[in-house]
Write a protein that binds this ligand. Structure first.
Ligand SMILES: Nc1ncnc2c1ncn2[C@@H]1O[C@H](COP(=O)(O)OP(=O)(O)OP(=O)(O)O)[C@@H](O)[C@H]1O
Length: 719
C-alpha cells in the first residue's frame, strides 16, 4: 500500500534530489475538504486513494507569499483489534470500516448507525506497515527535508493503541526484541529517513530531542542526568520551546534507535484496568533535519531553533475515565493532569475551527501541551493526527468522543511555511525583521508595564483603601476636634469682645472723670464738661461725681458694678495714682511711683519729679506725646521722656485691662520715632465731646523706645 495522504502545501513528490518518490492523482485537498468536513456523513464506499501533490513544488507555493496556503490537518483513524481481554468478556465490536475513509458506528441494541469520514480509516486487520503507508509519513519526511515543520500525533482513549501505532508494542521481556514487523510509525520513519538522507548525496545534519510532559512538567528524556523540569519559553522565530532541552546529533539509524529506546525506557508508564502499560505522559520526539553539514552550520544561539525542517512525533497520553480505569492515588492525579491538558487541546482545536477566532486569541498557553503543539495546530506546520479507537462496545462513549474530536481536528487548517536559513536572509529583510522585533519588544514591554501596573495596582488599591480609610477616620476625628476648638475660640472671642466693650466704657468713664477732676482743680468760666451723650448730669457717685446719667455711665468703670451699687474697692489706689491726692486723699502719683516703676536715683534728671499731666491738660515740665486733635498741642515734648510718663501709661493700661502690667525693660527713649506709638486724643462725636484713642502698635520704630511694644502687648481700641 502506498502513502495515501497528501497536503495542500503542495507535497510534491519531486524530492529534494529531484527524484520522484510517489505519484499522486493530483487532487486538491482543499476541494476534498468539503467532503471530509462533514462530521456525520452517509456512508460512502470509497477506496483508499493515493493522493499526491496537488500543487507541485512547495517552494513554488512559498513564492506565493510569506505564508503557505491553508492546509487542513490530516486525520487517519485506526481501529485496533479486539484485545484478548475484551474477547474473553464477550464484548461486541461496534465499529465497522466502510471503504478506506469511512467508519460506521453501530450502537449496541440496534440504535441508528452513524458514520465518520476521515482521510483514511484503518481497521484492526491493518498491519503496522499499512498504517505507516496510509499515513503518508514519508511525505511528511520529504517536507521536513525541505525545511517544513511536520508533526504526527496520536490521539485516543487509554488502551486504544496510540503507543502501539507510533512505536510498536512494548518488549515482551528483557532482551526480547520487538519483531520488525511490529515496529511503529516512528521506527519506520527513522529507517526511511536515514536511507533517504544517505541517497541524497548532499550533507544533512540530523539531530533529535525527546521530552515528556508529565503532570504539567516538561522533562528531558534524553538528559544526561536524571530528568528535571524544563521551562517552556516563547520567542518570535521559534514559537514555544522547551528551554535547555538536550538536542542530540545522530548519524545512524542505530544511534537514533538508541535515543528512542532511552526515552521510552524513561517515560512514565503504569498499569491500570484498561492498559497494562499505560503511558502517563505526553511524549514528543523531534527530529531536526538540516540540509547543511554540521561544520557549515552557524552556531546555534540560545533560544534559536536548529536551522532546517523538523519532524515531530507526539504520543499523547490517553484520555481516561478514572471510574473505568480504576486509577487511584498517583494514577488518578496523573489521569486528571492528562485529561486537563487534553481538554485544553480540544478547546484550542475548537477555537481554531472558527476562522475569525483563529485570527484572535487561541489559549495555547493554557497547558504545556498546547504550547508545544501551537505551531503544529495553528501555525506554519504540516500536521497529521492518527486517532486511535477500540472497537469494543464497552468503550463506545470514549470512542464517539474521540471520533468527534478527530472530526473537528481535520477541519483545522495551518499555513505551512518553511523556515528560512538565517544566513540566507537578505540584509534588507534582516533589517525589516529587526525593526519588527524592536517594535514587538516595545509593545510587549508596554504590555508588561501595564500588567505590572494592574498587577501592582490591585495590591496598591487594597493598601490605599486601607490607608485612606484610616486617614479618613483620623481626618474626621481631627475635624471634630477642630470644630470644638473653633467653637471654644469663638466663645472666647465673644467674651473678649464683651470685655473689650466694657473696658472701653470704663475708659471713657475714667476719662470723663479725669476731665472733671481737672476742671474742678482749674475751674474756669464756662468749662463745665458736657456729657458726650448730651444727657443731664447724673447724681453724684460715691467715688466720683458722675458726669451724667446716660447709659454709658451706669457701670462702674473700675469694678464694672452698676453705679447704683458701686462699691469699688480698688478705686482708691487707681484714683490716687491717676488723679492725685486731691482726688484720692493720698500722695500725688508723681511722688508715689507704682511698685513696678523702675528705680531712679534721687536727683537724677530722669527721675520723675514733676507730676504727670495728662496730654489734655497743661503740664509743668513733662508731658505725653499724645496729641489732642482739634486742639493745640499741650505737651511740650512729642514723646514721653520719663519713667513717670510710662508709668502713667501703665496705670491707664492697668485700668483698662484690670491686670498688672509689667514692662520687660525700662524705657530709654533716645529720639522720637517717626511714627510713634502714642495716645491720641480725637475729637469724636458730634457735639464736640472729646474722644481719645490709644493706639499701641507692636512695631515700634526702634526697639527699646516703647516698653509696651517690648512687652509685646498690643491694645487697640477707642477710649
Ligand atoms: N493494532 C494493534 N494490534 C495489536 N495489538 C494492539 C494494537 N493496538 C494496540 N494493541 C495493544 O493494546 C494495548 C494497548 O495499547 P497501547 O498501549 O498502545 O495503548 P495506548 O493508547 O497507548 O494507551 P495509553 O494511552 O494508556 O498509553 C497494548 O497491549 C497493545 O499491544
Amino acid at each position: 500500500m502506498n502513502d495515501c495522504l497528501g497536503w495542500g502545501v503542495g507535497v510534491g513528490m519531486q524530492d529534494v534530489g529531484g527524484q520522484s518518490q510517489c505519484c499522486g492523482e493530483g487532487r486538491v485537498l482543499g476541494r476534498e475538504r468539503k467532503d471530509t468536513r462533514a462530521e456525520l456523513t452517509p456512508c460512502a464506499e470509497q477506496d483508499m486513494e493515493e493522493r499526491g501533490s496537488p500543487d507541485g513544488d512547495p517552494a513554488r507555493s512559498l513564492e506565493q507569499g510569506p505564508e503557505g496556503p491553508e492546509t487542513p490537518i490530516q486525520v487517519v483513524l485506526r481501529v485496533r483489534p479486539m484485545s484478548a481481554a475484551e474477547l474473553r468478556r464477550g464484548q461486541q465490536s461496534v465499529l465497522h470500516c466502510s471503504g478506506t475513509r469511512t467508519l460506521q458506528v453501530s450502537p449496541p441494541g440496534g440504535g441508528p448507525e452513524v458514520a465518520f469520514r476521515f482521510g483514511a480509516v484503518l481497521d484492526g486487520a491493518r498491519t503496522q506497515e499499512d498504517v505507516f503507508r496510509a499515513c503518508g509519513v514519508r511525505r511528511l519526511g520529504e517536507l521536513a527535508l525541505r525545511g517544513f515543520s511536520c508533526t504526527v500525533f496520536t490521539f485516543g482513549q487509554t488502551g486504544s493503541g496510540k503507543t502501539y501505532t507510533l512505536t510498536g508494542p512494548p518488549p515482551q521481556g528483557e532482551g526480547v526484541p520487538v519483531p520488525p514487523s511490529l515496529a511503529g510509525i516512528m521506527q519506520r520513519t527513522f529507517a526511511w529517513l536515514l536511507d533517504r538522507v544517505q541517497h541524497l548525496g548532499a550533507p544533512v545534519t540530523l539531530r533529535a530531542s525527546y521530552l515528556e510532559i508529565y503532570n504539567e512538567q516538561v522533562r528531558d528524556l534524553l538528559s544526561l542526568g536524571s530528568p528535571r523540569p524544563l521551562p517552556v519559553r516563547w520567542n518570535k522565530t521559534r514559537g514555544f520551546y522547551a528551554e535547555q532541552l538536550r538536542v542530540v546529533e545522530f548519524g545512524s539509524l542505530e544511534a537514533l534507535m538508541e535515543l528512542l529506546q532511552m526515552g521510552l525506557s524513561r517515560r512514565r508508564s503504569s498499569a491500570h484496568a484498561l492498559n497494562q502499560a499505560s503511558s502517563r505522559s505526553h511524549a514528543l520526539l523531534t527530529l531536526y533535519i538540516s540540509r547543511q553539514a554540521a561544520q557549515q552550520m552557524p552556531p546555534v544561539e540560545p533560544g534559536e531553533p536548529p536551522v532546517g525542517g523538523k519532524l515531530c512525533f507526539v504520543d499523547l497520553a490517553g484520555s481516561e475515565k478514572v471510574a473505568a480505569s480504576g486509577s487511584r492515588g498517583e494514577l488518578m492525579l496523573e489521569a486528571n493532569s492528562i485529561n486537563r491538558s487534553l481538554l485544553a487541546l480540544g478547546h484550542c482545536i475548537s477555537l481554531l475551527l472558527d476562522p475569525q477566532r483563529k485570527q484572535s486569541h487561541i489559549p495555547f498557553r493554557d497547558s504545556k501541551l498546547t504550547k508545544l503543539l501551537a505551531d503544529s495546530l495553528g501555525g506554519r506546520g504540516v500536521t497529521l493526527m492518527v486517532a486511535c479507537v477500540s472497537p469494543s462496545a464497552q468503550c463506545l462513549p470514549e470512542t464517539l468522543s474521540t471520533l468527534r474530536y478527530a472530526s473537528r481536528a481535520q477541519r483545522v487548517t495551518t499555513r505551512p511555511q518553511a523556515p528560512k536559513s538565517s544566513v540566507a536572509k537578505h540584509p534588507q529583510r534582516l533589517e525589516t525583521e529587526m525593526l519588527q522585533l524592536q517594535e514587538e519588544n516595545h509593545r510587549l514591554q508596554s504590555q508588561l508595564d501595564q500588567l505590572d501596573c494592574k498587577g501592582l495596582s490591585g495590591s496598591r488599591v487594597a493598601w490605599a483603601q486601607r490607608n485612606l480609610y484610616k486617614m479618613l477616620q483620623e481626618f474626621m476625628l481631627e475635624n471634630e476636634r477642630l470644630r470644638k476648638e473653633k467653637s471654644q475660640l469663638q466663645s472666647s472671642r465673644d467674651l473678649a469682645r464683651n470685655e473689650q466693650r466694657i473696658l472701653a466704657q470704663q475708659v471713657r468713664e475714667l476719662e470723663r472723670r479725669l476731665l472733671s477732676a481737672c476742671h474742678r482743680r482749674q475751674p474756669g468760666p464756662g468749662l463745665a464738661p458736657s456729657c458726650p451723650c448730651l444727657m443731664a448730669p447724673a447724681p453724684p457717685c460715691h467715688a466720683l461725681p458722675p458726669l451724667c446719667s446716660c447709659p454709658c455711665c451706669h457701670v462702674c468703670p473700675l469694678c464694672q458694678v452698676p453705679l447704683a451699687h458701686w462699691a469699688c474697692l480698688p478705686r482708691e489706689r487707681h484714683l490716687s495714682q491717676v488723679l492725685g491726692p486731691e482726688a484720692s486723699g493720698g500722695r500725688p502719683p508723681s511722688a508715689r511711683p507704682p511698685p513696678w516703676a523702675p528705680p531712679c536715683s534721687p536727683g537724677s534728671a530722669k527721675c520723675p519729679r514733676e507730676r504727670w499731666v495728662p496730654p489734655w491738660g497743661a503740664g509743668a515740665g513733662g508731658g505725653w506725646s499724645g496729641e489732642l486733635k482739634g486742639s493745640p498741642p499741650i505737651s511740650h515734648s512729642p514723646w514721653p521722656r520719663s519713667h513717670s510718663d510710662w508709668t502713667q501709661i501703665r496705670v491707664l493700661a492697668e485700668m483698662v485691662t484690670e491686670e498688672e502690667v509689667v514692662p520687660s525693660a525700662p524705657p530709654l527713649p533716645v529720639r522720637p520715632p517717626s511714627t510713634s506709638p502714642g495716645l491720641r486724643g480725637d475729637k469724636g462725636r458730634e457735639g464736640g465731646a472729646l474722644m481719645f484713642s490709644v493706639i499701641l502698635t507692636q512695631n515700634p520704630p526702634s526697639p527699646g523706645l516703647c516698653p509696651i511694644s517690648e512687652m509685646g502687648w498690643v491694645l487697640r481700641g477707642d477710649f
